[in-house]
Design a protein around this ligand. Structure first.
Ligand code: PAF
Length: 270
């Protein structure tokens, strides 16, 4: 596995390769990321992961400084997973970077409390695409809104790169894997599986109760444990507008803050 540190090295090293699949990450890798590499291997011949904690996607009072950084460990996981290259740019990557606005669905859900987040995401992902020129790029579906925004943005900007989503990987107790799980206190880690429990309850009862009833029930259940979701919604998976009662395909999406740690999760019913 070869490490690439800058744009000119990337152009030089990758010049002769085709069928490149990219897995963009911010490091602190877990089995969820390894599953993205596995998905990349299904479609591409050359697998590149990128590791970059992108300051542009963090708000002023967010966790950029405390975001876990574990480069050596990440590199050995990527090597074991079968990556061919890892792109680890320095801060230079932001020099003269052209900034982009994410499509309007970025204003919903996470965008309500993180108004500039998705602009930062599309800006850095576009930069990664320009530098690494992949044929495929794989993103985790835990960040469902991010996936939708990226798909829409690159379609609107006429990129030919095929954007693939990879399923959520969970801990044994149901908690969706996330680099931020490491930041939970032991008490919050104990209650965190309730997020998936409530999503599952909603999924299992979606035909028996109205969406409003389901959401009110879950909010009540969370309240008993002092959990106050930032949002809990049943949505159309394409528009992120509230779903209607008889929609066959819906997204149940949630964001919760436990202490200072913001967790998101979702279940997609097709
Ligand atoms: O999902 C992430 O880890 C990040 O948002 C991404 C796509 C790597 C961009 O920084």
């Amino acid at each position: 596995m070869e490490i690439i540190n800058n744009e000119s090295q990337a152009k030089e090293v990758l010049r002769d390769f085709s069928e490149i699949a990219l897995v963009p990450t911010m490091g602190n890798l877990h089995s969820g990321h390894v599953s993205l590499v596995d998905k990349a291997k299904e479609v591409g011949k050359i697998i590149i992961a990128s590791i970059y904690v992108n300051p542009l996607q963090f708000g002023i009072n967010e966790d950029f400084d405390s975001y876990p950084r574990t480069l050596n460990d990440d590199l050995s996981k990527l090597e074991q997973a079968g990556c061919d290259f890892v792109f680890c740019p320095s801060e230079n990557i932001l020099e003269n970077i052209q900034k982009y606005k994410a499509p309007d669905i970025s204003k919903k859900l996470c965008g309500k409390t993180r108004p500039t987040h998705f602009d930062g995401v599309v800006t850095i992902v576009r930069k990664l695409f320009e530098v690494l020129n992949p044929d495929y790029a794989v993103f985790g579906l835990k960040d469902y809104q991010q996936f939708l925004i990226i798909k829409k943005f690159f379609k609107e900007h006429n990129f030919q790169i095929k954007i693939l989503g990879s399923p959520i990987i969970r801990e044994d107790d149901g908690l969706a894997m996330s680099s931020r799980n490491n930041l939970l206190t032991s008490q919050d880690r104990k209650i965190a599986p309730q997020i998936f429990e409530q999503l599952t309850f909603i999924k299992n009862n979606i035909k028996n109760k109205t969406h409003d009833e389901l959401i009110i029930n879950s909010i009540e259940a969370f309240k008993k444990n002092n959990i106050f979701p930032e949002y809990l919604s049943i949505l159309n998976p394409e528009t992120l507008e509230d779903a209607s009662e008889n929609d066959a395909s819906v997204l149940i999406a949630i964001a919760v803050k436990l202490g200072n740690v913001r967790l998101i999760d979702n279940i997609l019913i097709n």
